[in-house]
Design a protein around this ligand. Structure first.
Ligand SMILES: C[S@@+](CC[C@H](N)C(=O)[O-])C[C@H]1O[C@@H](n2cnc3c(N)ncnc32)[C@H](O)[C@@H]1O
Length: 221
């Protein structure tokens, strides 16, 4: 009986990375809602749900140190689980345009546990990712995770962000985008070698997740 339970547990942990949910607090929900009322670029009234965060983050390798840039962390719905689950020698660079979100996340970044990944918070535009990486002593990123509302951004700016992201990634790098629509998929396909997309129905409204890579891994199998 006991053995059966142990086997079942090990199967579950192997399949489900980012298994420990990090729930947003009531204050985070309130802060998110208030900023959404003030700033249209927040583009949602609630942070992404923990179950959706877990689904999306499964694509990220947590067994090796990585440099991950997060565009639009908001109140940290992805940032906190990433810090809990990524390899401890990883670095997360959170790039947030909204002043209030950036300030709160910066305060959170102070006095972080030494055995967790490093968190750098930058109040900036995602389109400046290459400069931001250089400023903090990094050449390239392994992952860029984006929750910014591409459909509310002008086409030229959108194209610049995607181009800058492409240049900022390592050759095996991955750009993970979650949105409420597949609006940006066409632009991703124009720039990246391989783009895969899926829906995460656990979220309200459901999320459209796109994974863009510079290398088409299927071609190298
Ligand atoms: C839909 S919210 C996502 C928040 C959080 N990642 C989550 O999943 O709960 C979009 C976030 O992107 C930020 N944002 C919008 N445009 C941006 C840009 N150009 N650069 C950086 N952040 C941006 C907004 O301020 C907001 O925090």
């Amino acid at each position: 009986m006991c053995e059966v339970k142990l086997v079942a547990f090990s199967v579950t942990t192997k399949r489900e990375s980012f298994a420990e949910p990090v729930e947003p607090t009531t204050m985070e929900h309130l802060s998110f809602f208030l900023e959404a009322m003030r700033d249209r670029k927040v583009a949602s009234v609630v942070p992404t749900a923990p179950a959706s965060v877990r689904r999306i983050c499964r694509r990220i390798d947590k067994d090796r140190p990585v440099t991950l840039v997060e565009y639009g962390p908001g109140t940290g719905a992805f940032t906190r689980p990433l810090l809990k689950h990524l390899h401890p020698e990883s670095t997360v660079i959170a790039v947030e345009l909204n002043t209030s979100f950036a300030a709160k996340l910066r305060r959170f970044s102070w006095n972080r546990p030494a055995d967790e990944p490093k968190l750098i918070v930058q109040r900036d535009d995602a389109g400046n990712v290459q400069d931001i990486l250089r400023e903090h002593g990094f050449d390239k990123a392994d992952y860029v995770l984006s929750g910014i509302p591409f459909s509310l951004i002008e086409k030229d700016t959108r194209t610049r962000i995607i181009d800058q992201t492409y240049r900022a990634l390592t050759p095996n790098g991955c750009f993970l985008v979650y949105q409420f629509s597949f609006h940006v998929r066409k632009l991703l396909k124009e720039r990246f070698e391989a783009v895969r997309s899926r829906r995460v129905l656990l979220n309200i409204p459901p999320l459209c997740v796109m994974e863009a890579r510079k290398t088409d891994l299927k071609r190298h199998v």
